[in-house]
Design a protein around this ligand. Sequence first.
Ligand code: ADP
Ligand code: MG
Length: 457
Amino acid sequence: MNPSDLYKAALGELQTVLTELIYKAYFYPTKVGDCSESTFEIVCPSNHVKDYLNKKFYGLLKNTLDRIGNGNYQIIFKVDEQKVETKTDDLPLFVPAKIKESASRENLDEYNNLSQKYTFETFIVGPSNRLAHAIATAITENPGKVYNPFFLHAGVGLGKTHLIQAIGNHILKSAPKTKVVYATAESFMNELIEAIQEGRNKNYIANKFRNKFRKADVLLIDDIQFIAGRGEATQEEFFHTFNALYMAQKQIVLTSDRPPKELSRLDVRITSRFSSGVVADMQKPDVETRSAILREKRNQMRAEVENDVVDYIAQIVETNIRELEGAFLQIITQAKAEGLAVTKEYSAKVLGQVIPGKINVNINEVLKAVCNYYSIKMTDLKGPKRLKEYVLPRQVSMFLLKKYSGTPFMAIGDLLGGRDHTTIMHGSEKIEKEINADTRLRQDIVNIKRTLNINVD
Ligand code: ADP
Ligand code: MG
Protein backbone atom coordinates (compact mmCIF):
# COMPACT_ATOMS: atom_id res chain seq x y z
CA MET A 1 0.00 0.00 0.00
CA ASN A 2 1.42 3.42 -0.80
CA PRO A 3 1.65 5.98 2.01
CA SER A 4 -1.22 8.03 0.74
CA ASP A 5 -3.61 5.07 0.60
CA LEU A 6 -2.40 3.87 3.94
CA TYR A 7 -3.09 7.25 5.47
CA LYS A 8 -6.52 7.37 3.88
CA ALA A 9 -7.37 4.00 5.35
CA ALA A 10 -6.11 5.07 8.76
CA LEU A 11 -8.12 8.28 8.67
CA GLY A 12 -11.21 6.39 7.64
CA GLU A 13 -10.83 4.25 10.69
CA LEU A 14 -10.07 7.10 13.06
CA GLN A 15 -13.07 9.00 11.82
CA THR A 16 -15.33 6.35 13.22
CA VAL A 17 -13.97 6.62 16.72
CA LEU A 18 -13.12 10.28 17.21
CA THR A 19 -15.65 13.01 17.81
CA GLU A 20 -16.56 14.85 14.66
CA LEU A 21 -15.11 18.05 16.06
CA ILE A 22 -11.71 16.60 16.80
CA TYR A 23 -11.60 14.80 13.51
CA LYS A 24 -12.54 17.86 11.48
CA ALA A 25 -10.31 20.24 13.34
CA TYR A 26 -7.20 18.11 13.58
CA PHE A 27 -7.10 15.13 11.28
CA TYR A 28 -9.02 16.30 8.28
CA PRO A 29 -6.67 19.20 7.37
CA THR A 30 -3.54 17.03 7.45
CA LYS A 31 -1.85 15.26 4.58
CA VAL A 32 0.95 12.81 3.94
CA GLY A 33 4.48 14.15 3.47
CA ASP A 34 7.70 12.30 2.67
CA CYS A 35 7.67 8.74 3.93
CA SER A 36 10.23 5.97 4.04
CA GLU A 37 10.27 2.34 5.17
CA SER A 38 10.41 3.38 8.77
CA THR A 39 9.13 6.95 8.92
CA PHE A 40 5.74 8.39 8.21
CA GLU A 41 5.51 12.13 7.79
CA ILE A 42 2.25 13.94 8.41
CA VAL A 43 1.96 17.53 7.25
CA CYS A 44 -0.15 19.78 9.48
CA PRO A 45 -1.67 23.15 8.64
CA SER A 46 -0.38 24.85 11.80
CA ASN A 47 1.87 24.47 14.80
CA HIS A 48 -1.12 24.07 17.02
CA VAL A 49 -2.46 21.11 15.07
CA LYS A 50 0.99 19.61 14.95
CA ASP A 51 1.52 19.89 18.70
CA TYR A 52 -1.93 18.69 19.51
CA LEU A 53 -1.72 15.62 17.32
CA ASN A 54 1.73 14.85 18.55
CA LYS A 55 0.76 15.19 22.19
CA LYS A 56 -2.60 13.53 22.19
CA PHE A 57 -2.76 11.17 19.27
CA TYR A 58 0.73 9.95 18.55
CA GLY A 59 0.03 6.51 20.01
CA LEU A 60 -3.32 6.06 18.35
CA LEU A 61 -2.01 7.15 14.96
CA LYS A 62 1.07 5.00 15.20
CA ASN A 63 -0.89 1.99 16.24
CA THR A 64 -3.40 2.41 13.46
CA LEU A 65 -0.76 3.00 10.78
CA ASP A 66 1.45 0.16 11.99
CA ARG A 67 -1.42 -2.23 11.97
CA ILE A 68 -2.90 -1.32 8.61
CA GLY A 69 0.48 -0.88 6.95
CA ASN A 70 1.96 -3.85 8.73
CA GLY A 71 5.03 -1.81 9.66
CA ASN A 72 6.70 -0.02 12.51
CA TYR A 73 6.67 3.66 11.70
CA GLN A 74 8.17 6.56 13.47
CA ILE A 75 5.67 9.33 12.92
CA ILE A 76 7.01 12.76 12.11
CA PHE A 77 4.72 15.75 12.27
CA LYS A 78 5.63 18.68 10.12
CA VAL A 79 4.06 22.07 9.61
CA ASP A 80 3.01 23.12 6.17
CA GLU A 81 5.04 26.32 5.84
CA GLN A 82 2.71 27.84 3.28
CA LYS A 83 -0.24 27.60 5.59
CA VAL A 84 1.23 28.87 8.82
CA GLU A 85 0.11 32.38 8.09
CA THR A 86 -3.57 31.49 8.28
CA LYS A 87 -3.45 31.76 12.07
CA THR A 88 -5.63 28.77 12.81
CA ASP A 89 -3.62 28.61 16.01
CA ASP A 90 -5.73 31.32 17.47
CA LEU A 91 -8.95 29.44 17.19
CA PRO A 92 -10.08 27.98 20.45
CA LEU A 93 -9.97 24.25 20.71
CA PHE A 94 -13.59 23.36 20.89
CA VAL A 95 -15.54 25.77 18.79
CA PRO A 96 -18.55 24.02 17.31
CA ALA A 97 -18.00 23.48 13.60
CA LYS A 98 -20.73 25.91 12.60
CA ILE A 99 -19.21 28.77 14.51
CA LYS A 100 -15.75 27.89 13.38
CA GLU A 101 -16.61 28.15 9.74
CA SER A 102 -18.21 31.55 9.95
CA ALA A 103 -16.01 33.08 12.60
CA SER A 104 -13.31 35.54 11.83
CA ARG A 105 -10.67 36.16 14.45
CA GLU A 106 -12.34 39.28 15.76
CA ASN A 107 -15.68 37.89 16.72
CA LEU A 108 -14.07 34.92 18.37
CA ASP A 109 -12.66 37.16 21.08
CA GLU A 110 -16.05 37.36 22.68
CA TYR A 111 -16.45 33.67 22.54
CA ASN A 112 -16.09 32.04 25.92
CA ASN A 113 -14.10 29.06 24.79
CA LEU A 114 -16.11 26.41 26.58
CA SER A 115 -16.61 22.91 25.29
CA GLN A 116 -20.21 21.74 25.32
CA LYS A 117 -19.23 18.26 26.37
CA TYR A 118 -17.99 19.27 29.79
CA THR A 119 -21.15 19.51 31.83
CA PHE A 120 -22.31 18.45 35.28
CA GLU A 121 -24.61 15.95 33.61
CA THR A 122 -21.66 14.03 32.25
CA PHE A 123 -19.51 14.42 35.35
CA ILE A 124 -19.66 11.32 37.52
CA VAL A 125 -19.44 11.94 41.23
CA GLY A 126 -17.70 9.58 43.63
CA PRO A 127 -15.77 9.78 46.89
CA SER A 128 -12.70 11.11 45.08
CA ASN A 129 -14.37 14.25 43.76
CA ARG A 130 -17.49 14.72 45.84
CA LEU A 131 -16.34 17.81 47.71
CA ALA A 132 -15.00 19.57 44.62
CA HIS A 133 -18.22 18.82 42.80
CA ALA A 134 -20.35 20.13 45.66
CA ILE A 135 -18.41 23.38 45.74
CA ALA A 136 -18.65 23.72 41.98
CA THR A 137 -22.41 23.32 41.94
CA ALA A 138 -22.83 25.72 44.86
CA ILE A 139 -20.86 28.32 42.93
CA THR A 140 -23.18 28.06 39.94
CA GLU A 141 -26.13 28.90 42.17
CA ASN A 142 -24.48 31.99 43.56
CA PRO A 143 -21.47 33.08 41.52
CA GLY A 144 -19.11 35.43 43.32
CA LYS A 145 -20.93 35.15 46.62
CA VAL A 146 -19.75 31.90 48.11
CA TYR A 147 -16.46 30.11 47.72
CA ASN A 148 -14.52 32.85 46.02
CA PRO A 149 -11.96 32.24 44.71
CA PHE A 150 -12.30 28.51 44.27
CA PHE A 151 -8.97 26.78 43.88
CA LEU A 152 -9.25 23.25 42.54
CA HIS A 153 -6.22 21.00 42.36
CA ALA A 154 -5.71 17.44 41.12
CA GLY A 155 -3.23 15.37 39.17
CA VAL A 156 -3.30 15.09 35.43
CA GLY A 157 -6.36 13.57 33.79
CA LEU A 158 -8.51 13.64 36.90
CA GLY A 159 -11.22 16.03 35.72
CA LYS A 160 -10.08 19.60 36.45
CA THR A 161 -10.87 20.94 33.00
CA HIS A 162 -14.15 19.06 32.93
CA LEU A 163 -15.30 20.46 36.25
CA ILE A 164 -14.18 24.06 35.72
CA GLN A 165 -15.85 24.14 32.30
CA ALA A 166 -19.00 22.57 33.73
CA ILE A 167 -19.23 25.56 36.06
CA GLY A 168 -19.05 27.91 33.08
CA ASN A 169 -21.50 25.97 30.96
CA HIS A 170 -24.00 25.71 33.77
CA ILE A 171 -23.90 29.42 34.60
CA LEU A 172 -24.32 30.31 30.95
CA LYS A 173 -27.29 28.03 30.69
CA SER A 174 -29.13 29.48 33.63
CA ALA A 175 -28.03 33.09 33.04
CA PRO A 176 -27.01 33.45 29.39
CA LYS A 177 -26.00 37.09 29.73
CA THR A 178 -23.28 36.37 32.25
CA LYS A 179 -19.87 37.09 30.86
CA VAL A 180 -18.06 33.83 31.40
CA VAL A 181 -14.43 33.74 30.36
CA TYR A 182 -12.53 30.48 30.29
CA ALA A 183 -8.84 30.39 29.44
CA THR A 184 -5.91 28.21 30.19
CA ALA A 185 -3.12 30.03 31.97
CA GLU A 186 -1.06 29.39 28.90
CA SER A 187 -3.47 31.17 26.59
CA PHE A 188 -3.81 33.95 29.16
CA MET A 189 -0.09 34.46 28.84
CA ASN A 190 -0.06 34.20 25.07
CA GLU A 191 -2.89 36.66 24.70
CA LEU A 192 -1.14 39.01 27.05
CA ILE A 193 2.05 38.86 25.03
CA GLU A 194 0.07 39.56 21.89
CA ALA A 195 -1.63 42.49 23.57
CA ILE A 196 1.69 43.90 24.72
CA GLN A 197 3.06 43.64 21.20
CA GLU A 198 0.03 45.34 19.75
CA GLY A 199 0.39 48.22 22.15
CA ARG A 200 4.16 48.32 22.08
CA ASN A 201 4.62 51.61 20.38
CA LYS A 202 1.97 53.33 22.38
CA ASN A 203 3.05 51.93 25.69
CA TYR A 204 -0.18 50.32 26.71
CA ILE A 205 -1.61 46.85 26.91
CA ALA A 206 -4.18 46.58 24.18
CA ASN A 207 -7.66 47.20 25.53
CA LYS A 208 -9.03 44.11 23.94
CA PHE A 209 -7.14 41.99 26.40
CA ARG A 210 -8.17 43.93 29.47
CA ASN A 211 -11.75 44.18 28.30
CA LYS A 212 -11.88 40.48 27.92
CA PHE A 213 -10.44 39.50 31.26
CA ARG A 214 -11.27 42.38 33.55
CA LYS A 215 -14.87 42.62 32.50
CA ALA A 216 -15.62 39.00 33.19
CA ASP A 217 -18.38 38.10 35.63
CA VAL A 218 -16.94 34.65 35.97
CA LEU A 219 -13.27 34.05 35.27
CA LEU A 220 -12.14 30.47 34.86
CA ILE A 221 -8.40 29.94 34.57
CA ASP A 222 -7.23 26.41 33.96
CA ASP A 223 -3.78 25.06 34.83
CA ILE A 224 -2.59 28.08 36.74
CA GLN A 225 0.70 26.35 37.52
CA PHE A 226 1.70 27.40 34.06
CA ILE A 227 1.96 31.01 35.19
CA ALA A 228 4.34 30.15 38.00
CA GLY A 229 7.87 30.96 37.00
CA ARG A 230 6.79 32.94 33.96
CA GLY A 231 7.83 36.48 33.32
CA GLU A 232 7.05 39.28 35.70
CA ALA A 233 4.65 40.89 33.25
CA THR A 234 2.47 37.79 33.16
CA GLN A 235 2.35 37.38 36.90
CA GLU A 236 1.78 41.09 37.40
CA GLU A 237 -1.08 41.26 34.93
CA PHE A 238 -2.64 38.17 36.37
CA PHE A 239 -2.38 39.61 39.87
CA HIS A 240 -4.12 42.82 38.83
CA THR A 241 -6.81 41.01 36.88
CA PHE A 242 -7.41 38.79 39.85
CA ASN A 243 -7.61 41.71 42.27
CA ALA A 244 -9.90 43.78 40.10
CA LEU A 245 -12.37 40.94 39.75
CA TYR A 246 -12.11 39.86 43.35
CA MET A 247 -12.82 43.37 44.62
CA ALA A 248 -15.82 43.55 42.36
CA GLN A 249 -17.07 40.26 43.81
CA LYS A 250 -16.79 38.45 40.53
CA GLN A 251 -16.39 34.71 40.65
CA ILE A 252 -12.91 33.34 40.10
CA VAL A 253 -12.12 29.66 39.68
CA LEU A 254 -8.60 28.35 39.22
CA THR A 255 -7.26 24.88 38.65
CA SER A 256 -3.78 23.59 39.20
CA ASP A 257 -1.93 20.31 39.18
CA ARG A 258 -0.72 20.98 42.71
CA PRO A 259 -1.92 22.77 45.88
CA PRO A 260 -1.30 26.53 46.29
CA LYS A 261 1.57 26.15 48.71
CA GLU A 262 3.50 24.10 46.18
CA LEU A 263 3.29 26.79 43.54
CA SER A 264 6.60 28.01 44.79
CA ARG A 265 7.55 30.03 41.77
CA LEU A 266 4.37 32.04 41.88
CA ASP A 267 4.40 35.42 43.54
CA VAL A 268 3.25 35.05 47.17
CA ARG A 269 0.92 37.97 46.70
CA ILE A 270 -0.97 35.72 44.33
CA THR A 271 -0.80 32.44 46.22
CA SER A 272 -1.93 34.02 49.46
CA ARG A 273 -5.04 35.23 47.65
CA PHE A 274 -5.85 31.70 46.51
CA SER A 275 -6.06 30.45 50.02
CA SER A 276 -8.45 33.20 51.05
CA GLY A 277 -11.29 31.41 49.29
CA VAL A 278 -11.79 27.68 49.26
CA VAL A 279 -9.32 25.05 48.22
CA ALA A 280 -10.36 21.51 47.25
CA ASP A 281 -8.71 18.64 45.51
CA MET A 282 -9.72 15.58 43.52
CA GLN A 283 -8.07 12.23 43.98
CA LYS A 284 -7.76 9.22 41.75
CA PRO A 285 -11.18 7.60 41.47
CA ASP A 286 -11.84 4.22 43.05
CA VAL A 287 -12.83 1.27 40.92
CA GLU A 288 -16.59 1.84 41.23
CA THR A 289 -16.27 5.43 40.10
CA ARG A 290 -14.03 4.40 37.23
CA SER A 291 -16.64 1.90 36.11
CA ALA A 292 -19.39 4.49 36.32
CA ILE A 293 -17.32 6.96 34.32
CA LEU A 294 -16.45 4.46 31.64
CA ARG A 295 -20.04 3.27 31.32
CA GLU A 296 -21.06 6.89 30.83
CA LYS A 297 -18.41 7.32 28.11
CA ARG A 298 -19.53 4.14 26.46
CA ASN A 299 -23.11 5.40 26.39
CA GLN A 300 -22.03 8.74 24.98
CA MET A 301 -20.07 7.00 22.25
CA ARG A 302 -22.87 4.52 21.69
CA ALA A 303 -20.28 1.79 21.71
CA GLU A 304 -21.60 -1.72 21.94
CA VAL A 305 -19.62 -3.05 24.83
CA GLU A 306 -21.12 -5.08 27.66
CA ASN A 307 -21.04 -3.78 31.22
CA ASP A 308 -18.81 -6.55 32.47
CA VAL A 309 -16.21 -5.75 29.83
CA VAL A 310 -16.37 -2.03 30.64
CA ASP A 311 -15.97 -2.84 34.30
CA TYR A 312 -13.03 -5.07 33.54
CA ILE A 313 -11.23 -2.29 31.68
CA ALA A 314 -12.01 0.13 34.50
CA GLN A 315 -10.54 -2.33 36.95
CA ILE A 316 -7.26 -2.51 35.11
CA VAL A 317 -6.55 1.08 34.12
CA GLU A 318 -5.98 2.79 37.43
CA THR A 319 -3.77 5.72 36.53
CA ASN A 320 -6.25 8.41 35.61
CA ILE A 321 -9.47 9.06 33.77
CA ARG A 322 -7.86 10.35 30.61
CA GLU A 323 -5.83 7.18 30.23
CA LEU A 324 -8.88 5.11 31.03
CA GLU A 325 -10.76 6.80 28.21
CA GLY A 326 -7.75 6.50 25.93
CA ALA A 327 -7.41 2.79 26.57
CA PHE A 328 -11.11 2.27 25.95
CA LEU A 329 -10.91 4.17 22.68
CA GLN A 330 -7.94 2.15 21.61
CA ILE A 331 -9.69 -1.11 22.35
CA ILE A 332 -12.76 -0.10 20.39
CA THR A 333 -10.73 1.21 17.44
CA GLN A 334 -8.66 -1.91 17.18
CA ALA A 335 -11.59 -4.26 17.56
CA LYS A 336 -13.47 -2.41 14.89
CA ALA A 337 -10.52 -2.51 12.52
CA GLU A 338 -10.14 -6.22 13.03
CA GLY A 339 -13.86 -6.85 12.88
CA LEU A 340 -13.86 -8.44 16.32
CA ALA A 341 -16.18 -8.09 19.28
CA VAL A 342 -14.91 -6.28 22.35
CA THR A 343 -14.61 -9.05 24.89
CA LYS A 344 -12.62 -9.24 28.10
CA GLU A 345 -10.01 -11.35 26.37
CA TYR A 346 -9.70 -8.93 23.54
CA SER A 347 -9.45 -6.00 25.93
CA ALA A 348 -6.77 -7.75 27.91
CA LYS A 349 -4.76 -8.21 24.77
CA VAL A 350 -4.97 -4.56 23.78
CA LEU A 351 -4.37 -3.33 27.31
CA GLY A 352 -1.17 -5.30 27.37
CA GLN A 353 0.00 -3.18 24.48
CA VAL A 354 -1.20 0.21 25.59
CA ILE A 355 -0.39 0.32 29.25
CA PRO A 356 2.64 2.57 29.09
CA GLY A 357 6.13 2.24 30.42
CA LYS A 358 6.80 -1.33 29.40
CA ILE A 359 8.41 -2.99 26.46
CA ASN A 360 5.90 -3.61 23.77
CA VAL A 361 5.76 -7.24 22.79
CA ASN A 362 2.90 -8.90 21.08
CA ILE A 363 1.09 -11.12 23.56
CA ASN A 364 0.04 -13.77 21.10
CA GLU A 365 3.54 -14.04 19.80
CA VAL A 366 4.82 -14.66 23.29
CA LEU A 367 2.33 -17.46 23.80
CA LYS A 368 3.10 -18.93 20.39
CA ALA A 369 6.83 -18.78 21.02
CA VAL A 370 6.43 -20.59 24.34
CA CYS A 371 4.26 -23.29 22.76
CA ASN A 372 6.76 -23.78 19.95
CA TYR A 373 9.68 -23.93 22.28
CA TYR A 374 8.15 -26.53 24.56
CA SER A 375 6.32 -28.27 21.71
CA ILE A 376 2.89 -28.06 23.28
CA LYS A 377 -0.44 -26.95 21.88
CA MET A 378 -1.93 -23.54 22.62
CA THR A 379 -5.08 -25.21 23.93
CA ASP A 380 -2.98 -27.10 26.45
CA LEU A 381 -1.09 -24.01 27.46
CA LYS A 382 -4.37 -22.26 28.19
CA GLY A 383 -6.18 -25.37 29.34
CA PRO A 384 -6.91 -26.69 32.83
CA LYS A 385 -4.59 -29.72 32.93
CA ARG A 386 -1.92 -29.50 35.57
CA LEU A 387 0.58 -31.85 33.92
CA LYS A 388 4.18 -30.95 34.51
CA GLU A 389 4.87 -30.44 30.80
CA TYR A 390 2.16 -27.76 30.70
CA VAL A 391 2.71 -26.08 34.04
CA LEU A 392 6.23 -24.90 33.35
CA PRO A 393 5.45 -23.36 29.93
CA ARG A 394 2.41 -21.71 31.48
CA GLN A 395 4.49 -20.16 34.23
CA VAL A 396 7.12 -19.07 31.75
CA SER A 397 4.37 -17.37 29.75
CA MET A 398 3.17 -15.60 32.88
CA PHE A 399 6.66 -14.41 33.61
CA LEU A 400 7.35 -13.19 30.08
CA LEU A 401 4.02 -11.46 29.70
CA LYS A 402 4.37 -9.72 33.01
CA LYS A 403 7.91 -8.67 32.42
CA TYR A 404 7.88 -7.71 28.76
CA SER A 405 4.37 -6.77 27.79
CA GLY A 406 3.43 -4.94 30.96
CA THR A 407 0.16 -6.85 30.95
CA PRO A 408 -1.51 -6.73 34.37
CA PHE A 409 -1.85 -10.03 36.25
CA MET A 410 -5.59 -10.00 35.90
CA ALA A 411 -5.38 -9.63 32.13
CA ILE A 412 -2.80 -12.38 31.85
CA GLY A 413 -5.16 -14.59 33.81
CA ASP A 414 -7.87 -13.97 31.27
CA LEU A 415 -5.53 -14.70 28.40
CA LEU A 416 -4.42 -17.95 29.93
CA GLY A 417 -7.84 -19.50 30.03
CA GLY A 418 -9.42 -17.49 32.84
CA ARG A 419 -6.98 -18.08 35.65
CA ASP A 420 -7.06 -16.11 38.88
CA HIS A 421 -4.65 -13.18 39.13
CA THR A 422 -3.00 -14.60 42.25
CA THR A 423 -2.14 -17.73 40.27
CA ILE A 424 -0.46 -15.57 37.67
CA MET A 425 1.39 -13.62 40.30
CA HIS A 426 2.74 -16.75 41.96
CA GLY A 427 3.66 -18.33 38.65
CA SER A 428 5.51 -15.29 37.48
CA GLU A 429 7.33 -14.83 40.79
CA LYS A 430 8.29 -18.47 40.92
CA ILE A 431 10.06 -18.24 37.58
CA GLU A 432 11.66 -14.96 38.57
CA LYS A 433 13.18 -16.70 41.59
CA GLU A 434 14.15 -19.97 39.95
CA ILE A 435 15.81 -18.31 37.04
CA ASN A 436 18.77 -17.44 39.25
CA ALA A 437 19.46 -20.96 40.46
CA ASP A 438 18.32 -23.00 37.49
CA THR A 439 20.69 -22.59 34.54
CA ARG A 440 18.57 -24.78 32.29
CA LEU A 441 15.51 -22.61 32.88
CA ARG A 442 17.57 -19.50 32.41
CA GLN A 443 18.79 -20.75 29.05
CA ASP A 444 15.26 -21.73 28.01
CA ILE A 445 14.07 -18.23 28.67
CA VAL A 446 16.98 -16.65 26.85
CA ASN A 447 16.18 -18.83 23.85
CA ILE A 448 12.52 -17.89 23.86
CA LYS A 449 13.41 -14.25 24.21
CA ARG A 450 15.70 -14.55 21.20
CA THR A 451 12.86 -15.83 19.05
CA LEU A 452 10.85 -12.81 20.17
CA ASN A 453 13.65 -10.37 19.51
CA ILE A 454 13.73 -9.33 23.12
CA ASN A 455 17.10 -8.09 24.27
CA VAL A 456 18.75 -10.91 26.15
CA ASP A 457 21.28 -9.17 28.33
P1 ADP B 1 -7.48 17.35 33.82
O1 ADP B 1 -7.91 18.69 33.30
O2 ADP B 1 -7.54 17.24 35.30
O3 ADP B 1 -6.16 16.91 33.29
P2 ADP B 1 -9.77 16.48 32.30
O4 ADP B 1 -10.81 17.34 32.89
O5 ADP B 1 -9.27 16.86 30.96
O6 ADP B 1 -8.54 16.29 33.30
O7 ADP B 1 -10.32 14.98 32.29
C1 ADP B 1 -9.78 13.98 31.45
C2 ADP B 1 -10.92 13.19 30.85
O8 ADP B 1 -11.60 12.49 31.86
C3 ADP B 1 -11.96 14.07 30.17
O9 ADP B 1 -12.39 13.46 29.00
C4 ADP B 1 -13.07 14.15 31.17
O10 ADP B 1 -14.34 14.30 30.55
C5 ADP B 1 -12.98 12.83 31.87
N1 ADP B 1 -13.41 12.92 33.27
C6 ADP B 1 -12.69 13.36 34.31
N2 ADP B 1 -13.40 13.30 35.45
C7 ADP B 1 -14.61 12.80 35.12
C8 ADP B 1 -15.79 12.48 35.84
N3 ADP B 1 -15.85 12.66 37.19
N4 ADP B 1 -16.84 12.00 35.17
C9 ADP B 1 -16.77 11.80 33.84
N5 ADP B 1 -15.69 12.07 33.09
C10 ADP B 1 -14.61 12.56 33.72
MG1 MG C 1 -6.96 20.04 32.05
